[in-house]
Structure formats: C-alpha cells, structure tokens
Write a protein that binds this ligand. Structure first.
Ligand SMILES: [Zn+2]
Length: 103
C-alpha cells in the first residue's frame, strides 16, 4: 500500500537525466555523476511529505538537477526544461543538401 500523497521521484521536474552525465553542485563545488543524486523524502512545515533530488555529498544542501546541480557540459541538452535530447541522430542527415545553393 502506497500513501496517496507520496511524492513520485519520476514526476519531479528536477530529477536527474535517464542517461547519467557528469554534474557539478553549486553548493559543495564538487563534480560527480548524475546517477549519484539521491532522492530524499521529508515532512515539510505543512505536514506533507515532500521529496527532493539531493546532492549526495554529506552535509551539502544542494538540491535538484538543473537547479543547484548542473551539467558540467554547458552544451548539454535534454528533452526537459528547454533542453533537447540528442538521441535521434538519424533524422537529421536529410537536410544537409540544402545548404548554400544561391548564386
Ligand atoms: Zn553538493
């Protein structure tokens, strides 16, 4: 039995990417792999159970991929939050023929 109001880690907008990448925590200034980001649950001031994706460093208050915990690669893109995933390379080759036909 699961409590109805239990937070869902997979529905959290700050969850880490499915494919692990190297990330940097702005709070503890460490680099590590995104799969190390920990899901933690705690009861907030409102008495509700809240879940957070947290920096794995002991004592660090960094939370949330894309918030306190950022990709080390500034060009990293993902399908969420305005980033675009680079999974589908197949579709893109077709359009290369159109370049510079003027003159
Ligand atoms: Zn940290």
């Amino acid at each position: 039995m699961v409590a109805a109001n239990r937070p869902d880690p997979d529905a959290d907008p700050f969850r880490p990417p499915e494919v692990p990448i190297q990330v940097h925590c702005m709070h503890c200034d460490r680099d590590y792999d995104s799969y190390l980001i920990e899901w933690r649950e705690e009861v907030g001031a409102d008495g509700q159970l809240h879940g957070f994706w947290c920096c794995p460093t002991p004592g660090c208050g960094g939370m949330g991929f894309g918030f306190d915990i950022l990709p080390t690669d500034p060009d990293y893109q993902d399908e969420r939050g305005g980033w675009v995933c680079f999974d589908d390379e197949d579709d893109e080759d077709d359009e290369d023929e159109d370049e510079d036909d003027e003159d």
